[in-house]
Design a protein around this ligand. Structure first.
Ligand SMILES: [Zn+2]
Length: 76
């Protein structure tokens, strides 16, 4: 996967995950229709080379982007 492909995958997830943030909080992000199973990313269902971490790189990156852009987040 090229860097450009990776960024496109991240952007697709940022869009889907952002839509799941509600006034009550942040759910566990997932892509609609993602397959479930052993050694699959919990968010998008892509097969993982290792079971941990349980999300693929694109989902981790996308989740960080969405969470870092929430208004009123706790300062670090
Ligand atoms: Zn994923």
């Amino acid at each position: 996967m090229t860097d450009q492909d990776f960024e496109a995958e991240v952007a697709r997830r940022v869009e889907a995950f952002s839509a799941q943030v509600g006034p009550g909080g942040v759910p566990f992000f997932h892509l609609p229709g993602a397959p479930e199973g052993l050694c699959r990313c919990l968010s998008c269902g892509d097969l993982l080379a290792d079971p941990y971490p349980p999300r693929c790189r694109a989902c981790i990156e996308a989740a960080h982007k969405v969470l870092n852009n929430l208004p009123g987040r706790c300062p670090r």
